[in-house]
Design a protein around this ligand. Structure first.
Ligand SMILES: [Zn+2]
Length: 572
C-alpha cells in the first residue's frame, strides 16, 4: 500500500511521462520512483502492481484531461514562486516621492473597448496604493478620440469596475475639459512653444524619423494664432498642433509631438461641439495636474513619454505629479488587443467579448472567475516592472481557492459504462450524501436502484474479484466483466482500501454538457481545441443548481454552470 504522498508523486511522474511520450511506460516510471523514494525497495513485491494500476489509469485518460491535471501542478509551482516574490516584495508598493495622507491617483480608461485583465490589474494596484498611502482613487475617462469611443463602452467599464469591487472618490472626463485644454494650448502658442503644422501624416512621420523639421515650424506666433483660431472655428479643416520641442532629440517622443488634431466624428458625450481634440500626450499631464493627482501609475511602455509629460507641465507652469511605471499583465496564449479580438469575433472563432476563453472582464465573469481571484493575482506583481506573461492557470488556481468552500460536490460520469449490483438490501436504497466534505452545504438525497453507471476509465481498470467503493455509498466486489457492462455484488461496510469511484444511478442522473476550456491560442495561432465539449451524466441534483453556480466533479475539478437550461458546464 503506497502512502498518499508517494502515490501522488508517482502519478505526477506517470502523467509527465504520458505527456512527453504519448503513453506512460511502467519501466520509466518505476526507475524514477525508485530513485526518488529509495524506501520503495522494501515494497518490490507490490510496487509493480501499484505502478501498473496508476499507469493504466493515466493511459486511459484523454490527453485534454492529462493536460488539465498537469496544469494543476505547474500552477502549484508557479504559485509558490509568485507567492514568495509577493512576500519578499511587500515594499514593492513603495512609491518614490509619494506622501501618506496627501495622495491621489487615478484609473484612466479610454472608453473605446471592454476592460480586460490587464486593466483590472492596474486598477487593483491603484486601489491598493491609494489605501496604503491613505489617499484617493479617481476614475478618469481619457476620452478625446471621438472616432473610437462610445457611451456603451464607458458604461461597460463602470459596470466591470463595480463588479470587481473597485470604487472611486469621484469621476471626471477629459472631454468635459476641452475648453480648458484649449486655453492651455493657446498659452503655449502665445509663447512660441507650439505651432500649427499642415504636413500630411506621412510627412510628419517621416520628418520625425529623420529628425528633420518642416517649414511650418518657423511660422510666427501671430500666424499660428490665426491658424489655431480658424481650426477651432472650423474655417480650416486641416492641420495639427505640435509642440515646438526638439526635432533632433534622441527620445523620438520629444520630436515635436502632436498636441491636438482634427476629428470630425461626433463625440459620444460632447456631440459635435468640438472638432479639435487633444492627444493622450497633452491631456494626460494637464488633466492629472489640474485634478489634483499626486501620483500617476502607468504601464512601462509609456516610459519614453515621461519626459514629454513633465515638459508640457513645465511649459505650462503646472504642478507635476510623480509618474510610476509598472509592467503590463499579459496572459500567455491569449490576447487583449482589440484588433485581434475583433478579428476572432468576425471570423466566428469566438462567440463575442464574453467568450469564456477570453480574458476580458466579461469573459472572466462568465467563466466563473471571482473578483477576489483577479485581485489576488494582480497584487502579486506589486509595482514590479518585470515583463513577462503568466499562464491562465495562475488565475485559475487562485480562483479554486476562492470557490472551494461554497462549491457543491457532485458526481459526473463521462463515457458511462453500466454496472449492475446484485444483493443490495431491498429493491431501493435511500441515500443521503453531503454536498461538501467539510462545509455545511446540505445533502442530496436519492432512491437508488441496482443499476449504476461509472466512468469508462474506471470500468476498464477494474478486474473481476476486485473490491471497490462507490464513493460516498458502499463497497462492491466486481463479479463479472462483459462487453460494455460490469456486474458486481453488494458488500456491506465501508472499507478504506481499494479505489473510490464516481457513479450515477439510473434513478438519479441527467444528461449534461461539459466544456473543457483550454488556451485560446497555440503560440500565435488559434487553438482549434480551445474548447472541447462532451456529453456526460451528472447527478440529478444538478437541476437544483443556479445558473452561474460553481461545482466540483470529483477529480475532474471545478466547473461553472454556464447555461442552466441545457446543463452546460465550463471547466475552471
Ligand atoms: Zn509641417
Amino acid at each position: 500500500m503506497l502512502s498518499k504522498e508517494i502515490e501522488n508523486s508517482i502519478r505526477k511522474m506517470a502523467l509527465k511521462n504520458a505527456l512527453d511520450y504519448g503513453t506512460a511506460k511502467a519501466s520509466a516510471v518505476m526507475g524514477k520512483a525508485l530513485s526518488e523514494f529509495p524506501e520503495l525497495k522494501h515494497d518490490l513485491r507490490s510496487l509493480p502492481a501499484d505502478i501498473e494500476r496508476i499507469i493504466a489509469e493515466i493511459n486511459s485518460m484523454p490527453r485534454q484531461l492529462l493536460e488539465k491535471e498537469a496544469e494543476r501542478y505547474t500552477g502549484e509551482f508557479s504559485a509558490e514562486r509568485a507567492e514568495k516574490a509577493a512576500r519578499s516584495g511587500r515594499h514593492s508598493y513603495m512609491l518614490n516621492g509619494a506622501s501618506s495622507g496627501a495622495f491621489a491617483t487615478r484609473f484612466p480608461p479610454e472608453p473605446n473597448g471592454y476592460m480586460h485583465i490587464g486593466h483590472a490589474k492596474a486598477a487593483f494596484i491603484e486601489q491598493e496604493v491609494s489605501k496604503i498611502y491613505r489617499g484617493s482613487l479617481f476614475l478618469y475617462f481619457d476620452d478625446t478620440n471621438p472616432e473610437a469611443e462610445r457611451q456603451a463602452f464607458a458604461d461597460a467599464i463602470k459596470y466591470d469596475l463595480n463588479w470587481l469591487g473597485i470604487s472611486f472618490e469621484g469621476e471626471y472626463y477629459a472631454s468635459d475639459s476641452i475648453e480648458r485644454l484649449y486655453a492651455y494650448a493657446e498659452s503655449l502658442i502665445k509663447k512660441g512653444h507650439a505651432y500649427v503644422c499642415l504636413c500630411g501624416p506621412d510627412d510628419v512621420k517621416k520628418g520625425r524619423q529623420e529628425g528633420r523639421a518642416c517649414e511650418h515650424r518657423e511660422a510666427g506666433i501671430a500666424e499660428n494664432e490665426g491658424f489655431w483660431k480658424r481650426m477651432l472655428g472650423r474655417e480650416q479643416n486641416e492641420g495639427i498642433l505640435r509642440l515646438h520641442s526638439d526635432m533632433k532629440a534622441e527620445n523620438t517622443a520629444m520630436r515635436d509631438p502632436t498636441l491636438f488634431r482634427i476629428k470630425k466624428s461626433p463625440h459620444y458625450r460632447q456631440g459635435s461641439k468640438y472638432q479639435m481634440w487633444p492627444t493622450y500626450d497633452f491631456n494626460t499631464p494637464v488633466m492629472d495636474s489640474i485634478h489634483g493627482i499626486t501620483d500617476a501609475i502607468r504601464s512601462k511602455e509609456y516610459e519614453l513619454r515621461d519626459e514629454l509629460y513633465y515638459k508640457i507641465l513645465d511649459l505650462l507652469g503646472l504642478r507635476k505629479p510623480h509618474i510610476h511605471s509598472i509592467s503590463r499583465l499579459e496572459i500567455r496564449n491569449n490576447i487583449t488587443s482589440k484588433r485581434k479580438l475583433n478579428e476572432l469575433i468576425s471570423k466566428g472563432l469566438v462567440s463575442g467579448y464574453d467568450d469564456p476563453r477570453l480574458v476580458t472582464i466579461a469573459a472572466l465573469r462568465r467563466r466563473g472567475i471571482t473578483p477576489a481571484a483577479i485581485r489576488e493575482l494582480a497584487l502579486r506583481f506589486g509595482m514590479s516592472k518585470a515583463e513577462g506573461s503568466v499562464g491562465i492557470e495562475m488565475l485559475l488556481s487562485e480562483n479554486r481557492k476562492e470557490i472551494d468552500a461554497h462549491s457543491k460536490r457532485l458526481f459526473l460520469v463521462k463515457e458511462p459504462v453500466g454496472l449492475k449490483v446484485s444483493g443490495m438490501p431491498g429493491e431501493h436504497m435511500d441515500i443521503s450524501i453531503k454536498l461538501h466534505p467539510t462545509e455545511e452545504l446540505g445533502y442530496r438525497n436519492y432512491k437508488l436502484s441496482n443499476v449504476f453507471f461509472i466512468n469508462a476509465y474506471d470500468a476498464n481498470r477494474l478486474e473481476s474479484g476486485q473490491k471497490v467503493r462507490l464513493k460516498d455509498a458502499f463497497d462492491i466486489r466486481i463479479t463479472g466483466k462483459e462487453k460494455g457492462a460490469l456486474e458486481a455484488a453488494y458488500e456491506n461496510g465501508n472499507s478504506a482500501e481499494g479505489a473510490r469511484i464516481a457513479w450515477v444511478n439510473e434513478n438519479n442522473y441527467v444528461g449534461c454538457t461539459i466544456n473543457m476550456v483550454g488556451d485560446l491560442l497555440n503560440g500565435v495561432s488559434f487553438n482549434s481545441e480551445s474548447i472541447i465539449s462532451y456529453k456526460g451524466y451528472v447527478e440529478s441534483y444538478a437541476n437544483q443548481l443556479s445558473e452561474g453556480e460553481t461545482v466540483q466533479f470529483g477529480s475532474m475539478g471545478f466547473f461553472k454552470l454556464d447555461i442552466k437550461k441545457s446543463l452546460s458546464f465550463l471547466s475552471l
